[in-house]
Design a protein around this ligand. Structure first.
Ligand code: GTP
Ligand code: MG
Length: 195
């Protein structure tokens, strides 16, 4: 898959604001600060399409990016960040859950985890929740530039075991810094969208 065009459409806080053009969607899930928004920028070759920050909790709404006028990538708020106020969390928990459960256009979710660390309790809960609701879920171990290549396999194995990812489901590695894994992630997106 080649991304020729990427356009920010809307930052939605309620279903009435979701796009109505009925294009296939893939959502990016993961802990705050894991690199969801950075991945979207790297995949689209745009440095400032999605807002990123070294402070966790940057993305707090459902952000829809239209790709090649034919698909959407949906950037989700991160979970698992304690300092984000309770009111905010109370607001986006149901919002995300509602989106993930009741969106016919949703073709799959890409769950990002940090390649350096075993998945957290929140990561495990998220992955279980997605598979429980039979949402097609792929896992990407990101920030792969933070450890040496030789360590990738070992870390991916821990992630697979901790999340209990079936062996037929690949876990991709990716870096928004170096672009490592970009082609594979684009192919995965194309597959999930149904191109
Ligand atoms: P929230 O919006 O808070 O949920 O976070 P997010 O998952 O969208 O993370 P974001 O893309 O804003 O990135 C968080 C921080 O990690 C930023 O400082 C990024 O520069 C950094 N970062 C993201 N991806 C990578 C990566 O692949 N490698 C390295 N070294 N840093 C990364
Ligand atoms: Mg973000």
């Amino acid at each position: 898959l080649k991304i020729k065009e990427a356009e920010f459409i809307i930052s939605a806080v309620k279903p009435e604001q979701y796009p109505v053009d009925n294009l296939p969607e893939v959502a990016m899930a993961g802990r705050s600060n894991v690199g969801k928004s950075s991945m979207i920028n790297k995949l689209c070759n745009r440095r400032h399409l999605a807002r990123t920050s070294s402070t966790p909790g940057k993305t707090q709404t459902l952000n829809f990016y239209q790709i090649n006028k034919a698909y959407y990538i949906v950037d989700l708020p991160g979970y698992g960040y304690a300092s984000v106020s309770k009111t905010l969390r109370a607001g986006w928990g149901p919002m995300m859950e509602n989106y993930l459960r009741n969106r016919p256009q949703l073709r799959g979710v890409i769950q990002l985890v940090d390649i350096r660390h075993p998945p957290s309790k929140d990561d495990i809960a998220m992955y279980e929740w997605l598979t429980h609701f039979q949402i097609a879920t792929a896992v990407i171990a990101t920030k792969s530039d933070k450890i040496s290549r030789g360590q990738h396999g070992k870390h991916v194995k821990v992630i697979r075991q901790t999340l209990n990812v079936p062996k037929e489901v690949p876990i991709l590695t990716f870096s928004s810094e170096t672009g490592e894994g970009k082609e594979d992630v684009l192919d995965l997106l194309g597959y999930l969208w149904g191109t």
